[in-house]
Design a protein around this ligand. Structure first.
Ligand SMILES: *Cc1c(COP(=O)(O)O)cnc(C)c1O
Length: 351
């Protein structure tokens, strides 16, 4: 079957966004976050394009092993760490840098007899997901220092609300982390994309950009374009039919759109089966022939319908941009009640 929906990737935009991170965090080393198949952009391909990165970060050991198999040489941080002695052995063998956030992981390191690796100790400064309690942090760190398996233990934490820079919890997290570093002299890493943009003064040893590398905005109230980021993914498909419908005609499942007048309606070959969000509302922008048009009615599995009333000289076969250079994925996400992260991540099913 011919599928016309396609995600086109722009490696030059990826490199541009990486350089933007460098500008914003000139003192820090950069671990490019490429978990979830590089937010839908292809993990290996993204790592190869970002060969200038100081390191990479993924969620689990399995992802890190795939990178080593593809001959990626840089340090690889594994955010969820290892969960068994076998996984620890793999982490040692392939020189991965796991994050330690639970007592069980500390015990596995202490029990291990063979091999060494560098690790990160993660402290919960307010995210409340992974991380040891601040009170326990020094004790964990000292045990890691004494542990034969560990050559180096860095200190890491993660923000809960950096996408809203004005939120007071951010400063609390920064203060708590700073306070811990007075008794713990270690390599540090704190900032995700939002914090890189919003709190450039943090100056930790490493930064951990994810979403901004792909050209989606990490901040709730700031567009990617304003932040100097360029979209890496362009989602496109084609118009496969143009129907002249009559006033009162209903369009699509549930008949949610009823034509207010006689009007042309375009059918585009893309739907939620291709990763376009089913919850995108009537009015979600799409781009056709250098003009902005709007989604009408419900998104189907492999088709959407669009309002062609204000679009000049359009015909079957014309290309439609769903997101990319002109339509921000963040705008589409907002129209669908979600975030750019989710829309990008699930595109990986197309490759
Ligand atoms: C995913 C993740 C990041 C990257 O976050 P972005 O908001 O995409 O920049 C950084 N650190 C940790 C611990 C993460 O899980």
């Amino acid at each position: 079957m011919r599928r016309t929906a396609r995600a086109i990737l722009h490696p030059d935009a990826l490199v541009h966004n990486f350089n933007r991170v460098k500008q914003l965090a000139p003192q820090s080393r950069i671990m490019a976050v490429i978990k979830a198949d590089a937010y839908g952009h292809g993990m290996i391909q993204t790592a190869k394009t970002l060969h200038m990165a100081d390191g990479f970060a993924v969620a689990c050991i399995k992802e890190a092993l795939a990178l080593r198999e593809a001959e990626v040489q840089q340090p690889i941080t594994v955010f969820q760490g290892f969960h068994s002695a076998e996984e620890l052995q793999q982490a040692i063998k392939y020189q991965l840098r796991p994050v330690v956030s639970q007592y069980h992981q500390l015990e596995l390191l202490e029990q291990n007899q063979q091999g060494k690796l560098a690790a990160w100790l993660k402290v919960n400064t307010g995210m409340g997901r992974l991380g040891v309690a601040p009170e326990a942090c020094l004790d964990y760190w000292q045990r890691l220092q004494q542990c034969n398996t560990v050559t180096e233990a860095g200190l890491m934490s993660h923000f809960a609300n950096a996408d809203e820079p004005g939120n007071s919890t951010n400063q609390q997290q920064i203060n708590l982390f700073k306070q811990l570093t007075t008794s713990i002299q270690a390599e540090t890493t704190l900032s995700n994309s939002a914090a890189i943009v919003a709190f450039p003064d943090i100056q930790a040893d490493w930064v951990r950009p994810g979403i901004m590398l792909y050209g989606s905005s990490p901040l709730v109230n700031q567009s990617a374009e304003k932040l100097g980021l360029r979209p890496v993914m362009q989602l496109e498909s084609d118009i496969i039919a143009i129907n002249m419908l009559k006033k009162g005609d209903a369009v699509g499942y549930g008949g949610e759109w009823v034509c207010p007048e006689d009007m042309p309606v375009g059918v585009v070959a893309i739907g939620y089966g291709d990763g376009y969000p089913r919850h995108a509302k009537t009015g979600t922008p799409v781009r056709v022939n250098q003009q902005t048009a709007q989604l009408l009615g419900r998104v189907s599995m492999d088709m959407i319908t669009i309002d062609l009333r204000d679009v000049e000289s359009v015909s079957v076969g014309d290309t439609v941009e769903l997101w990319g250079e002109h339509i921000s994925v963040d705008t589409v996400a907002q129209c669908a009640g979600t975030i750019g992260y989710e829309l990008l991540c699930r595109m990986s099913v197309n490759r």
